[in-house]
Design a protein around this ligand. Structure first.
Ligand code: MN
Length: 195
């Protein structure tokens, strides 16, 4: 069963001005689509062809191989689109807010740590808020690596590959991460993953 490109959970113009329609045309329509196409090419006719995306990722570990790179990127991008919403950003509420306060001292402590990690994630990769046991952590994953199926349960992520922000922010990755935190994060999605 071939993988397909999932629709965005909003229109391509809905995240502007923080992420432009043009960026999403390329990032979702070209980059994410290319990972889907390449994974299907690599899986065609193999024993893993009928597996779920999560199972293919497990079979393809450790990170870094040709197939892993494609399927990790499919999963991470879909999770990233859902980690944002129009009119998002700001602070979480409820149990997730309490967990963030215990792990990072406060929402501001979390935001500072997330910004520093995402800005310091050298090269291409992903910065995740994850749950590990009862604790919350901010963790960097390199290239196409993903925590799905590991002991760190992903709650939300930001893509810090240059293709995620270069058209809108050029080299200003910190501005992109700040816009993500202030205007885009979908805390409802993170809370569902936490619950
Ligand atoms: Mn990307």
């Amino acid at each position: 069963m071939a993988f397909t490109l999932p629709d965005l959970p909003y229109a391509r113009s809905d995240l502007a001005p923080h992420i432009s329609e043009t960026t999403l045309e390329f990032h979702h329509g070209k980059h994410h689509q290319a990972y889907v196409n390449k994974a299907n090419e690599l899986l065609s006719g193999t024993a893993e062809e009928s597996l779920s995306l999560e199972d293919v990722i497990q079979h393809a570990r450790p990170a870094g191989g040709g197939l892993y790179n494609q399927v990790g990127q499919i999963w991470n991008h879909t999770f990233f689109w859902n980690s944002m919403k129009p009119g998002g950003g700001g602070q979480p509420s409820g149990d997730l807010a309490s967990a963030i306060d215990s792990a990072f001292g406060s929402y501001d402590g979390f935001a500072e740590k997330f910004l520093a990690s995402a800005v310091g994630n050298f090269g291409s990769g992903w910065t995740f808020l994850v749950q590990e046991g009862s604790d919350l952590k901010v963790e960097n994953y390199a290239n196409a690596d993903t925590p799905i199926g590991l002991s760190q349960k992903p709650l939300l992520t930001i893509d810090v590959w240059e293709h995620a922000y270069y058209l809108d922010y050029q080299n200003r990755r910190p501005d992109f991460v700040k816009a993500f935190l202030d205007h885009l994060v979908n805390w409802d999605f993170a809370a569902q993953n936490f619950a």
